[in-house]
Design a protein around this ligand. Structure first.
Ligand code: ZN
Length: 424
């Protein structure tokens, strides 16, 4: 990967440039287009996003599951993906049986999760059941259209499927919508509005119009329950914009260029429960049809990283930053105390880098280019006082701190997922 010619503080809103400046992602023609390699700095950021996804899932009653990235073609014929999305799927792998036995890379995780639900019998008392997985799915994007992290061939998704009774839709969607808004708040992404996509009067919708009307009313009630207006958010209803298999709520955000983007989504699905015959045992012992809810809060790791880089211009909330502190000895004489300070910070679980080669000015520019969160300079005065000269390029805040104090401040800010450490 080549370095940017723009090493100074130039605002750079394209995530591909930021990912290169920050050493997050590499691509290689031999690996293939649309198949990004996550360098350690990118992996650190992705790990934090995955943790946020996992914690949010657990806090909202999800149970973690694992499922394979492959499934028989028959699975995707049953789900309907084979009919609708075959052009976006990678070619099936012949396994010597019939066509239905061929294996395919999954275009979505939903069928596997439907099968996880179907693997056991469930009573109405157990519902809702929520399965969560950070799971990859695949799109056979053409080489010409893949780009950075916004269009890739393996999409790593924060994915939840809820299996609920029809009377549980409102509470379930309230839970998911509230959690989705909190996630975006934690990530420092401003929400533009919430969109409710409904059916219209045409006949292209799957299922009973009465179920649709009831489900749409419950989605509307969920938006009241999370009190959008208190959060300063509007609800926009769009008739005819639903998926053919169910209405949905999307949390809309604006990217750095002002384009609207959907990040978190809560999607009702009347179709998959029919196709996979998903039921629960009702109070009278009869099998009842459930509703499936697709829920993605952090969304795809690739798109979220691209969005975060652009909206923050690489100056990420400190808990997400690949490097929390860059330690810079003023000259060779301070290399040992700088290394000791870095070791003390690393031992506390912080991500630390020591910058030693080249002039101080050059190292500071490099640290700014990489968007290291805090810069800590160690000169003779700091060594004598047992302190670091700490500087936050994002706020221009600066102060002198003992290493242990910096460590404690950072741990507190990161533990609480605060945007930054207050150096004032
Ligand atoms: Zn799904």
């Amino acid at each position: 990967m080549g370095l940017s010619n723009q090493e100074d503080d130039i605002m750079n809103h394209d995530h591909r440039d930021l990912a290169r400046d920050m050493s997050l992602i590499a691509t290689d023609a031999t690996v293939g287009a649309g198949l990004p390699l996550w360098l350690p700095a990118g992996a650190a950021m992705r790990h934090e996003l995955e943790q946020l996804g996992r914690e949010t899932a657990l806090a909202t009653g999800c149970r973690p599951v694992y499922s394979p990235v492959l499934g028989k073609r028959a699975l995707f014929e049953q789900s309907g993906h084979w009919d609708k999305f075959a052009d976006d799927m990678f070619p099936a792998m012949a396994m010597g049986g019939t066509d239905a036995d061929d294996l395919v890379l999954r275009p979505a995780n939903c069928p596997h999760h439907a099968m996880l639900y179907a693997a056991e019998q469930h009573s109405y008392r157990e519902l809702p059941i929520r399965y969560h997985e950070l799971a990859p799915m695949f799109r056979a994007e053409r080489s010409g259209v893949v780009s950075g992290l916004s269009r890739v061939r393996q999409i790593n998704l924060d994915d939840t499927h809820v299996f609920a009774r029809p009377d549980q839709i409102r509470d379930e969607v309230t839970l998911a919508l509230g959690a989705g808004l909190d996630v975006l708040d934690t990530l420092g992404v401003e929400v533009s509005y919430v969109r409710l996509s409904c059916r219209d009067s045409s006949d292209r919708w799957l299922g009973d119009p009465g179920h649709w009307a009831d489900a749409e009313a419950q989605l509307r009630e969920a938006t009241h329950a999370v009190d959008l207006s208190r959060r300063g958010l509007a609800l926009r209803e769009e008739a005819g914009e639903a998926a053919f298999y169910g209405p949905k709520l999307d949390i809309q955000v604006l990217d750095a260029a002002g384009r609207e983007e959907t990040i978190s989504t809560v999607q009702l699905d009347f179709g998959q429960p029919e196709r996979f015959d998903l039921t629960y045992i009702g109070p009278d012992g009869a099998r009842e049809r459930l509703v499936m809810i697709h829920r993605g809060l952090v969304g795809s790791m690739e798109r979220m990283v691209a969005l975060l880089l652009e909206v923050h211009d690489g100056r990420l909330p400190i808990w997400l930053a690949p490097v929390h502190v860059c330690v810079l000895p003023l000259s060779d004489a301070q290399q040992d105390p700088a290394a000791e300070a870095a070791a003390q910070l690393s031992a506390a679980g912080l991500r630390v880098r020591v910058a030693i080669s080249g002039s101080l000015g050059r190292r500071l520019r490099e640290a700014r280019r990489r968007r290291d969160s805090l810069l800590a300079v160690v000169g003779p005065t700091e060594v004598a006082a047992g302190r670091l000269a700490v500087h936050d390029p994002a706020t221009v805040g600066r102060t002198d701190l003992a290493v242990a104090v910096l460590r404690d401040w950072l741990r507190a800010a990161i533990g609480a997922r605060q945007p930054r450490v207050d150096l004032s």
